[in-house]
Design a protein around this ligand. Structure first.
Ligand SMILES: [Zn+2]
Length: 246
């Protein structure tokens, strides 16, 4: 089973080949909720995909640090993740401090992700808003030279945004990925967080999982596919060819 890497310093991480994508999540389960299908899809295509959880996500009503860690390992296996780590920043009081920025930038310098995925910039959860600010700043900070950050200066080519928002927004995404063949993997990765989505939740339909299914189905409907996942970008999206458009 995959084990989440907890370290006080990214400089201590075991050497790793550069990642194609790094999904940065405020809490363990946000990456799965927002883009578990796309993660599973890109891994099935041979991409190297990692998830960096910024905090443990605890305390929660039915979770504990130990339980959440086990659940995260199960979810990582369901997606067949290349790498997963936890930055150990404070849950519920996540802030974009200079220290936190250097820490996240250090992860970028060591993991060298071509693309970084951050939570969508509008959210009701202060940890999520702080995470987005922090990730954008860390992307810039990672390329600085003459610093005491570990690794070499590095600048992720792109930062894109996934939706794991606590606002009931009618969002207009920049694009939607067809995840029809990877819905089962996404669902398995979400079910892994039993303490968050099953224990103590209303078991009468529509359950939380029913809602997630309906949402994925609606994004799929908009692109003429079974299931979909939405994404946003602030910078223009570059296409090699119009053939990439479904
Ligand atoms: Zn969250």
């Amino acid at each position: 089973m995959m084990a989440v890497v907890f370290t006080e310093s990214p400089a201590n991480l075991a050497p790793i080949s550069p990642l194609d994508m790094l999904v940065v999540a405020p809490h363990p389960d946000d990456a799965e909720l927002g883009m578990g299908g796309t993660i599973a899809k890109m891994i099935s295509r041979g991409w190297r995909v990692g998830v960096l959880d910024l905090t443990t996500g605890e305390p929660t009503p039915h979770g504990s640090e130990t339980l959440r860690r086990t659940e995260t390992n199960v979810a990582s296996d369901a997606l067949k993740l290349t790498w997963r780590g936890n930055a150990g920043l404070p849950n519920r009081s996540l802030q974009h401090t200079l220290e936190a920025r250097e820490l996240v930038a250090s992860y970028f310098r060591i993991l060298k992700p071509k693309w970084v995925f951050a939570p969508y910039w509008q959210d009701a959860h202060p940890d999520h808003v702080a995470a987005t600010d922090l990730i954008e700043a860390a992307r810039f900070w990672a390329k600085l030279s003459r610093t005491d950050m570990p690794g070499e200066p590095f600048h992720p080519d792109r930062v894109f945004y996934y939706y794991c928002i606590h606002l009931r927004l009618a969002v207009q995404p920049s694009w939607i990925v067809d995840i029809s063949d990877h819905w089962d993997a996404k669902l398995a990765s979400i079910r892994a967080y039993e303490s968050q989505f099953i224990t103590g939740r209303d078991s009468q339909p529509p359950t939380m999982l029913d809602r997630l299914h309906d949402e994925a189905s609606n994004w799929g409907r908009l692109i003429g596919r079974r299931y979909g996942e939405p994404f946003a970008t602030k910078e223009p999206l570059a296409l090699d060819s119009l053939e990439s458009i479904l």
